[in-house]
Write a protein that binds this ligand. Structure first.
Ligand code: 8OZ
Length: 363
């Protein structure tokens, strides 16, 4: 029976324990240029006792940005900035992978090159909104459907970003295929109504994600690449007509490629970023998809110390990711080991700002 404090590995990535820090958008990169900084390095280093840290989602291009203050991994300055983070985490004994992100339609003209419309598989407007480059709440607009001729450039953006992440000293990368961002928009038929080879059948809708994974694997090797997915998630106005068939196919293809891990977000915490409510009567995706993937499975979404112990002991996941509680408990593994209560988090300081609510939680 596996234990949270037993070491494990995701491909060639070694984890000292099975408590993983989930990717968390915190919107504190330096402006202009969305550059990672010393404050971020300190924040991540404080959390180095995690078995693995997954960095906050980091845009692979300017077009891939959808919120103010999120770090990029496309410019030389950003790559240099990330070196501060990887050095600090490694000095503190931790392991960190970078999450590669393109938001697709979850953006606003103010973030886009030349003030253009955000891009997506199809011109379908999601419900809801984001924050503009000057931090004003703005509604989503109808995105521009990507031309077929633009797809190779998108894949190249991910490849180049993966290469930058390697130069920046990360231990691997995670492809963000979840939560209604670009790659998920291609996967699910509520947002993809294309009629070319990137739309229609499941094989076609999964094509972009798999081509991106192949490009990134070409840089890192499959043993240092993970993929995050959110079957049944509804954040960012997502829906699919047959999630079991879609995600079983995707996980099967990822198995064939031998990627280091699959990272599944439980739909009970589908309100990612929006609040703390728990969605009732939704499938348990670690259980539903465990047999569809032959590598390490990382499960995320509203875990407590007890439910995390249980899911690993039951063999339904190899490791568990905690998000919100890693914000307020930098040394979360020790708290779990000592069965100490978790410190509460302050949602009002999640996004943007400085040290407050970021590096000032007691370690
Ligand atoms: C919350 C706020 C903004 C972005 C995700 C990158 O859900 C995010 C995100 C979450 O994956």
């Amino acid at each position: 029976m596996a234990h949270l404090f037993e070491k494990t590995s995701f491909g060639s990535i070694q984890l000292a324990n099975r408590i993983v820090m989930a990717p968390l958008t915190r919107m504190r990169s330096s402006q202009p240029g969305n550059v990672p900084n010393e404050l971020m390095a300190n924040y991540y280093a404080q959390r180095a006792t995690a078995g693995l840290i997954i960095s906050e989602a980091s845009q692979v291009s300017q077009q891939g940005q959808g919120y103010p203050g999120t770090p990029g991994i496309h410019s030389p300055e950003q790559t240099e900035g990330w070196k501060l983070v990887t050095d600090a985490v490694h000095k503190a004994g931790g392991t960190i992978v970078l999450q590669l992100w393109h938001v697709g339609r979850i953006s606003h003209r103010s973030h886009q090159p030349g003030g253009a419309l955000p891009v997506a598989p199809s011109a379908i407007k999601p419900e809801g909104g984001t924050f503009s480059a000057d931090w004003q709440p703005v509604a989503f607009e109808t995105p521009r459907a990507l031309e077929l001729s633009e797809i190779p450039g998108l894949i190249e953006d991910f490849r180049r970003a993966a290469s930058n992440a390697k130069d920046a000293g990360f231990d691997g990368v995670e492809v963000h295929g979840a939560n209604g961002y670009l790659l998920d928009q291609f996967l699910q038929d509520g947002s993809n109504q294309r009629t070319d080879q990137y739309g229609g059948t499941i094989e076609n809708r999964a094509r972009l994600l798999l081509e991106v994974v192949d490009a990134v694997v070409g840089v890192w090797g499959s043993d240092r690449v993970g993929v995050r997915l959110s079957p049944y998630g509804t954040f960012n106005d997502m829906r699919d007509s047959d999630p079991v068939k879609l995600f079983t196919y995707v996980l099967g293809r990822l198995s064939q490629r031998g990627v280091a891990y699959a990272h599944l977000i439980e739909p009970r915490s589908s309100g990612a970023g929006g609040g703390d409510s728990v969605v009732e009567n939704v499938p348990d995706t670690a259980e539903l998809f465990r047999s569809a993937f032959n590598g390490a499975l990382l499960s995320a979404g509203g875990y407590t110390a007890d439910t995390a112990k249980h899911v690993v002991a039951a063999g339904l996941a190899d490791a568990v990711a905690f998000g919100r509680f890693f914000i307020s408990n930098p040394n979360l593994p020790r708290k779990i080991q000592e069965e100490a209560p978790f410190a509460p988090y302050d949602r009002s300081t999640f996004y943007g700002g400085g040290e407050k609510g970021y590096t000032d939680y007691p370690c």
